[in-house]
Design a protein around this ligand. Structure first.
Ligand SMILES: *Cc1c(COP(=O)(O)O)cnc(C)c1O
Length: 389
């Protein structure tokens, strides 16, 4: 990696906070015990594990026993959807699953699998032009036999924030479990589960300056859920496997830092984001903001650029020293437009010209200014190539 490269892809992942690395490190070497062991090595590990669980529970305003540690945000989403769907079918014959059309693939592909291989009936909740699910739409589609509803807190591609409380309240009235994927949101938004009224909430540490390979699922006590990874009795019998104590300790510390300095970080992010949005819309002809203009993540700017191939743009920007994203996990050579952008009603052609720019704790004002000088030049060059073909 070039040292002069500027990272503007914090929605994809974040660097681990040095304070987090520090608290994790003894648990790789000296305090290496298995929390399930009876001896003192085990007890020490269990103490650290349960301390981390309590720290996170305080931040989420829930009971420690309501938190299940998993291996990532994707696994949390899988456990939430699969675990709830199967159990709700057992308990009350519920076969219907509602997910928003703009969910992360960890939800969408899981929903498809439940439909295709397990006999559930999956229905998409359409969104408005900003990718938000309206309470009216949920009311129209929720049924007595809905097993679970899943709507993301904040969208990873377009940054839009859903009114989770309003949606969760509707589900509660119908006694249908409500899950939110908060993997992208937790780095910037409040996560107190009682305020949000959610029954299940997914987290992944590497999106909030914690390590990769660790996540958590909040499960409200009384919410019926079946395990998806079976074996030992770890995590209240809902997720077998020896807990990854160093990563769990790191995740708790990362969430503590994130939530305790949230406002300070968000004001930094939103200043940079607003400059990015106005700068791009001014300097790049044919650029259009995607996602909600104000109800969006403080660090998140996303666009579609008319007449531009998003993958070519990312490669050109990388050569100029800027790491950005198209928003979805699409790779070079895969000309499929993002499902999220199509769900907003954008044309295929426009959706292929997507650009996501996300800032973070280490982003400085002059990084953004340099980007705003480079982007129009690169776009102009790519458009020339396109028209001369
Ligand atoms: C990153 C992300 C995921 C997947 O999390 P991993 O920890 O990478 O598995 C799920 N949902 C959203 C909204 C995300 O941004």
């Amino acid at each position: 990696m070039e040292s002069s490269s500027i990272y503007l892809d914090y929605a994809a992942t974040t660097p681990v906070d040095p304070g987090v690395v520090h608290v994790m490190s003894p648990y790789f070497t000296e305090d290496f015990g298995n929390p399930s062991s009876v001896h003192r090595f085990g007890q020490q590990a269990e103490t650290a594990l349960e301390r981390a669980r309590r720290t996170m529970a305080v931040l989420l305003d829930c009971q420690a026993e309501e938190l299940i540690f998993t291996s990532c945000g994707s696994e949390s989403d899988n456990l939430a959807l699969r675990g709830t769907a199967h159990r709700q079918r057992n308990v009350r014959d519920a076969q219907h699953i509602l997910v928003s059309a703009v969910e992360h693939d960890a939800i969408l592909s899981t929903a498809y699998a439940l439909d295709r291989y397990h006999g559930f009936q999956v229905e998409m909740l359409p969104t408005d032009e900003y990718g938000r699910v309206t309470p009216e739409e949920l009311r129209r589609r929720i049924r007595e036999d809905t097993a679970v509803v899943s709507v993301m807190y904040a969208n990873n591609e377009i940054g839009s924030i859903n009114d989770i409380q309003a949606l969760a309240t509707i589900c509660r009235e119908m006694a249908v479990p409500f899950h939110t994927d908060a993997v992208q949101a937790a780095s910037q938004l409040p996560i107190e589960v009682d305020d949000l009224q959610v029954d299940l909430l997914s987290l992944g540490a590497h999106k909030f300056y914690g390590p990769k390979g660790i996540g958590a699922l909040y499960t409200r006590s009384g919410t019926e859920i079946a395990p998806t990874l079976t074996g030992g009795a770890q995590e209240f019998g809902l997720r077998a496997g020896t807990q990854n104590v160093p990563l769990i300790v790191g995740m708790a510390e990362a969430l503590r830092i994130t939530q305790s300095s949230r406002e300070q970080h968000n004001s930094h992010f939103s200043r940079l984001r607003d400059r990015l949005i106005s700068g791009v819309l001014e300097a790049v002809p044919g650029a259009q903001l995607t996602g909600h203009p104000t109800k969006r993540l403080p660090n998140h700017a996303s666009f579609v650029l008319r007449g531009i191939d998003g993958n070519a743009l990312l490669a050109a920007l990388d050569l100029e020293g800027f790491a950005c994203s198209s928003g979805s996990a699409c790779k070079t050579g895969d000309p499929e437009p993002s499902k999220v952008l199509l769900a907003l009603g954008l044309s295929r052609e426009l959706a292929l010209g997507s650009l996501r720019v996300t800032v973070g704790r280490l982003t400085q004002e002059h990084d953004v200014e340099r980007f705003l000088v480079t982007l129009p030049r690169v776009v102009q060059r790519l458009r020339k190539v396109e028209t001369s073909r």
